[in-house]
Every structure is written in structure tokens, then in C-alpha cells.
Design a protein around this ligand. Structure first.
Ligand code: C2E
Ligand code: CA
Ligand code: CA
Length: 643
């Protein structure tokens, strides 16, 4: 061993120390993956150090045989641990541990070869079964050495098989990341075998560790632990890049439509336990079709699978099979509760060409009527509603700059005085391409995009200008109600804006009433309370809109400076269907006892007007009296109905 080269080992050691410093300072501790990598790194450091030492020892010629044997045994021990550890790392990094642990006997069998190897190396202290020391102090290899090599190869092959079997169908990218080191180490091992003086194997192992550490950082952020699939975040990133590069994709979408309902019935834990068999089932099918894919779990029972190009031909069949087999094979713990599953095959960029549209499609798949059939993406994407929603941001921008928005007014009847004492301002959008668009459609989108603030300012200015105009005073209207969405309430300068607008047009705050929703009252943000408090102190009054549709919290209602509670149209429907009369009656009574005025919305018939009047509501709003009207129509209406 006198002419052996130790330089590769020294290089390996330097690199490994760099890895120790870098990796352990930057990675999330405590996960299996990091723990196993830690062991691999220390084993590699030990092996490289032992290798360098044994080269040095044999060169010195003064070290006794026993110490030479010791250092060699430790070296081979550490080296033989690397392939099984790498197998563990592959399992941990793909969260496929359940594949192994499910079959305990198989896991046990997998451990036997390494135990044999360790046993042989220990025996070597007593009898040279693996190697002995020749007269020239080189290694004299025996049959045990060949066994060690076979075992080394066995674990490499097993890891390769495992990665091919379980990683490839679920995660193309990680497949290459994991399989490449196997080849690199194999090349290193072969060089070492045929040119033993090179001592290159530790260096190749180090290179692989470096690669894995750099490429495979923070995997725990990107893997969903209940399914072993990629998370929503990775999905969004991958899809964004794919759409930008114009990549052809076949994506299978699988939605558990009644996920939230199931969650309520069987609970979070049970639902979580169901996710693993479900991803297992998907994986099994992918394997059967030899399909490569990227599998994602986007949460809330929504899966997405991006098939690789070579599986495009079988895409339809795979989708069919997934849809059918999940329905048949996944059983709930609660009998007679069935999962409702909608599946859809999307061809990109034909059906969908940008990420927002894809997310909209995923959301809309929940409400598609399927009768258990696969939904074709085009049936959703070709509807007017879908195209409109897709363009909504543009539509809103267009409407803002071209003045396509207008404010309508719906008169509100005061049962105590018999006058139309107030009105609700309701926003209308008339688009040149799509015609009239409902606020319930564009408000949620405007809230997300932030356009709600510009829209809100427009509504305030319109209404305040109207109140300041000479048309207003003769109508004898006490105040106008304006809707405020949660997003608006959370904006810090909301109060200032309203106050300065009223000052600008010289309008009395008592002429405005601001409607906030129950959802808004559920937010504990201090900004929201700050805005409301400031406005209330200045004399603005508030209504609680859509009462009865959200989670009512009476304590919270009591804590807000409210004047009016607006019962949602759902109460009218309840009253119409009968049966809940007493509840509604008592509710109204209770609210009135809290010193609140009670308004009922969505009253369409005389019968309901009578019914709610008898129950003592103060105000009635609905089509029975009038639909929302343009400003001029509203002025006319008030003239005709003057008392
Ligand atoms: P909302 O505040 O609950 O408004 C009442 C909705 O019920 C209005 O729908 C109104 O046209 C409708 N309605 C009134 N009476 C009846 C009736 O007798 N029967 C039926 N079936 N419906 C009736 P609209 O105008 O489509 O507004 C929908 C929602 O959009 C509003 O619900 C409100 O949440 C929001 N919205 C409207 N304008 C604005 C606005 O200026 N700002 C904000 N932030 N949201 C607004
Ligand atoms: Ca309202
Ligand atoms: Ca309402």
C-alpha cells in the first residue's frame, strides 16, 4: 500500500467538513431525512479518515499488524453502512416509509445482508475471513471480501429498484436527483475495484452527498406528510414555470367534493388517515401504466397529477382508472358515508393556458355535475361564467377607467312610519362585452386583487355627491346604507377617507349608514375596530348585514356599535317554508331587546310583509316594494310614494 494515493480522501474530508458547516447550519433539524443525512455524513467522514489512516499506516511500516487490521475493519464497516443508509435516505426524502414498514418481514429481510457483513467484519478480528495483512503489509483479500462487495452491490440495486418503483411514478424530478448518485458511486466502486491504488470511492460518495445536500434542501417544505405528494406551493411554482414555457401538459385533477363535509363528520384525524391509502391507490395505478408523473396534493381533498409526455397516450385510461378505483377501493371508517369524487383531465395549453385559470378550474370542478363521469375540462372552461371570471380583473380595470360602474338604490320601507325612510346603495357593473355583471361575482375578485378600494371609493363619492345634491333633501330620506366589504374595513385609512369625503361635500354623517357583514365582525383585527370606532364617534351609524348566514357571535355583536341588524333573505325562506316561526319571532324580539333596529331583506310577497310586520321588524327591504333602481328612477319612486 506504499504507493497508494490518499489525496482523494483528503479532498473528501475537506468537502465533508464544509458540508457539515453548511448543511447543519441551514437545514431544519429533527426530520428523519436530516437525521439520516447526518449519519451518512459522519459515516463518510469516518470512512475517508480511516482510509487515509490505513494508507499512512501501511506506508509507515512501523505500525503493528493489529492496529492495521483495526483501522481496516472500521473502514469497511463504515463504508458498508453507506448504501443501506442511502436507501433509508431515499425512503425518508420521498416519505414512502409506509411502503416498507407495512411489510415488516420485508424490512427485516432487508437488514439481514448488512448484519451478515458486520458479523463478518467482527469475525475478522479473530480469523481473517474478510482480509488479512500480507507480508508486504498490503491487504490479502479472502472470501468475506467478495461477500462484502456483493452486499454493497445488493443495497445499491435495492435502492435503485425502490426509487424506480416508488419515486419515479410520483415524482420525476426527485427520481433523477436520487438515481444519479447511485451511478456515480457505482463508477467510483468500479474504479476502486480495478485500480485499487486510487482510493476514489470516498471521494465519489462525498460528491454525491454534496449534490444531494445542495439539490434536496428543505424537502420537508415541499412534501405533504399525509400523502407523500408535493404541496400546493410546489404545484403553484411548477405550473407557473410550465405555463410560461408553453409546456404541453396532461393534468389529472381529482377533487373530493364533499371533503369539508366529511371532515366535519369523521374528523380531521380519520380524514388524514384516509389520505395515505388514497395516494397509495393513485401511485399503484401510475405504476401499472408505467407512467411517470409529478403528483401534488393541494389540500382540502384536491389532488393534481401532471403526467409525463410519454404517458399522454394513456392519459384518458389512467384518469378513468383512478376515478373508478378510488371510488371502489377507498372506504370510509363511517359506513354508508360515501366520498364524492370529481375527476377531470386537462390538456394544457389547449384547455387552460395560465395558472389563474387552472386554479379557477380546480375550484369550479367542485361544483360540476358529473354523475360519476370524468368531467371534460372544456365543459367548464367554455361556459360564459368561466371566461368572464377569467377576465374579471381586466373587466374591473376597464370598468374603473371607462366609468362602467354605477350605483343603484333599493328603497327600504319603515314599518313604524309607513315611509321609505332609507335605501341601500348597490353597485352595478355594465360591461360592453358581457352586459350586466352581478356584484356577488366581481366583489370577491376585486377583494383579492385590491381593486375593491378603488371601487369602494367610487361608491362613497357617488352616494355622498347624491346626498349633497339638491335632489336629495326633498325626498325626505333619512340615510343611505352603503356596503363595506371586510377588505375595506381592514384598510387603515378607511375612516379618514369617508370623513374627508363628507367634509368635502358638506354632508352630515347621520345621512350615512355603513353595512358590515358578520364575517367582518368575526375578524379581531384592531384596524377594523379602529375604523369602526372612529366613524361611530363621528356620528356614522352601522348595520350588521346578512345576519344569520355566518357564525353569529352575540358577544361580538354586542361589542360593535350597531344600530341595525339586517336579517338575511334566508329567514324569509325559512318563514315561507313554515316550522321555524317561533325561532324567528324570538330572535327578532331578542335583537330588539338589545336596542337594535331589525330589518328583513329579500321580502318578495305581501304575505311575508304581513308576517314580518306582525313579528315587529322595523324595516323591510325587497322586491315586493322595489328592485334596486337607478338614481333617477329612485328619485321618481320617492316622488310617487311621498306621504
Ligand atoms: P347584499 O348586501 O345582501 O345586498 C342585497 C342583495 O339582495 C342585492 O343583490 C339585492 O339586489 C338583492 N335583493 C334585494 N331584494 C331582494 C328580493 O326581494 N329578492 C331577491 N332574490 N334578492 C333581493 P345585489 O345587488 O346583486 O348585490 C349582491 C351583493 O353584492 C350584496 O349583497 C353585497 O354584499 C355586494 N355589494 C353590492 N354592492 C356593493 C358595494 O357597493 N360594495 C360592496 N363592498 N359590496 C357590494
Ligand atoms: Ca348589504
Ligand atoms: Ca344582505
Amino acid at each position: 500500500m506504499a504507493n497508494d494515493i490518499a489525496a482523494y480522501d483528503y479532498c473528501a474530508l475537506i468537502l465533508l467538513f464544509v458540508i457539515v458547516v453548511y448543511y447543519f447550519r441551514t437545514s431544519v433539524h429533527g426530520t428523519y431525512r436530516v437525521r439520516i443525512m447526518t449519519i451518512i455524513v459522519w459515516a463518510a467522514i469516518g470512512a475517508a479518515a480511516c482510509d487515509a489512516t490505513r494508507i499512512r499506516f501501511s506506508a509507515l511500516g512501523t505500525v503493528n499488524e493489529f492496529r492495521l487490521i483495526n483501522v481496516n475493519v472500521i473502514y469497511y464497516l463504515l463504508l458498508s453502512l453507506v448504501p443501506p443508509l442511502f436507501l433509508l435516505y431515499s425512503i425518508a426524502t420521498t416519505d414512502t416509509w409506509h411502503k416498507f414498514s407495512k411489510v415488516r418481514i420485508r424490512s427485516f429481510l432487508c437488514m439481514i445482508p448488512i448484519l451478515i457483513n458486520i458479523g463478518l467484519l467482527i469475525c475478522n478480528f479473530f480469523k481473517p475471513v474478510v482480509f488479512g495483512i500480507a507480508a508486504d503489509r498490503s491487504l490479502d483479500k479472502h472470501w468475506g471480501y467478495a461477500v462484502g462487495l456483493i452486499i454493497f452491490g445488493f443495497y445499491m440495486a435495492l435502492t435503485g429498484w425502490f426509487i424506480k418503483q416508488y419515486v419515479r411514478p410520483i415524482d420525476r424530478k426527485r427520481y433523477y436527483v436520487l438515481v444519479l448518485p447511485l451511478w456515480v458511486v457505482l463508477v467510483g466502486a468500479l474504479i476502486d475495484l480495478f485500480s485499487p491504488r486510487q482510493h476514489i470511492i470516498n471521494f465519489t460518495i462525498t460528491i454525491c452527498i454534496l449534490g444531494l445536500v445542495l439539490i434536496n434542501r428543505r424537502v420537508e417544505d415541499s412534501i405533504d406528510f399525509s400523502t407523500g405528494m408535493h404541496t400546493y406551493k410546489v404545484f403553484a411554482e411548477d405550473m407557473d414555470t410550465n405555463f410560461k414555457s408553453g409546456k404541453q401538459m396532461d393534468i389529472i385533477l381529482i377533487n373530493i367534493v364533499n371533503y369539508k363535509y366529511a371532515l366535519r363528520i369523521i374528523g380531521y384525524d380519520a380524514m388524514l388517515r384516509m389520505m395515505s391509502p388514497m395516494s397509495g391507490e393513485i401511485l399503484r395505478i401510475m405504476r401499472r401504466y408505467h407512467a411517470q408523473a409529478m403528483c401534488y396534493y393541494n389540500g382540502d381533498g384536491k389532488f393534481a397529477i401532471e403526467l409525463s409526455q410519454r404517458s399522454f397516450g394513456a392519459a384518458r385510461e389512467i384518469t378513468d382508472e383512478i376515478s373508478r378505483s378510488i371510488r371502489q377501493n377507498i372506504r370510509m371508517e363511517v359506513a354508508d358515508f360515501e366520498l364524492e369524487i370529481n375527476t377531470c383531465l386537462v390538456n394544457c395549453p389547449n384547455d387552460i393556458s395560465d395558472i389563474n385559470a387552472l386554479f379557477m378550474l380546480i375550484a369550479d370542478l367542485d361544483i360540476a355535475q358529473t354523475d360519476g363521469k370524468i368531467v371534460s375540462a372544456s365543459t367548464i372552461t367554455e361556459t360564459k361564467e368561466f371566461t368572464m371570471k377569467k377576465e374579471m380583473s381586466t373587466i374591473i380595470d376597464r370598468a374603473l377607467s371607462n366609468h362602467y360602474f354605477s350605483v343603484f338604490y333599493q328603497p327600504i320601507y319603515d314599518t313604524n312610519t309607513g315611509r321609505f325612510a332609507s335605501a341601500e346603495a348597490l353597485l352595478r357593473l355594465r360591461d360592453p362585452k358581457y352586459g350586466y355583471i352581478s356584484p356577488s361575482m366581481f366583489i370577491p375578485i376585486a377583494e383579492k386583487s385590491g381593486a375593491i378600494h378603488a371601487i369602494g371609493s367610487f361608491v362613497f363619492e357617488e352616494v355622498i355627491k347624491f346626498i349633497a345634491s339638491p335632489d336629495f333633501a326633498p325626498m325626505g330620506v333619512d340615510y343611505i346604507e352603503i356596503n363595506l366589504s371586510v377588505m375595506q374595513c381592514l384598510r387603515s385609512n378607511l375612516a379618514d377617507e369617508i370623513i374627508s369625503l363628507c367634509e368635502k361635500y358638506n354632508v352630515d354623517p347621520a345621512k350615512l349608514n355603513l353595512e358590515i357583514t358578520e364575517t367582518a365582525s368575526g375578524y379581531s383585527q384592531s384596524k377594523l375596530y379602529g375604523n369602526i370606532q372612529t366613524l361611530a364617534e363621528r356620528g356614522y351609524s352601522f348595520s350588521l348585514d346578512d345576519f344569520g348566514t355566518g357564525y353569529s357571535n352575540l358577544m361580538r355583536i354586542a361589542s360593535l356599535p350597531l344600530d341595525i341588524v339586517k336579517l338575511d333573505r334566508a329567514f324569509v325562506q325559512m318563514e315561507e317554508s313554515g316550522g321555524h316561526h317561533v325561532i324567528i319571532k324570538n330572535l327578532i324580539e331578542m335583537l330588539k331587546n338589545m336596542n337594535l333596529k331589525v330589518l328583513v331583506e329579500g321580502v318578495e310577497t305581501e304575505e311575508m310583509v304581513d308576517s314580518f310586520r306582525q313579528m315587529g321588524v322595523d324595516e323591510i327591504q325587497g322586491f315586493y316594494y322595489s328592485r334596486p333602481l337607478t338614481k333617477s328612477a329612485y328619485i321618481r319612486f320617492m316622488k310617487e310614494n311621498a306621504v
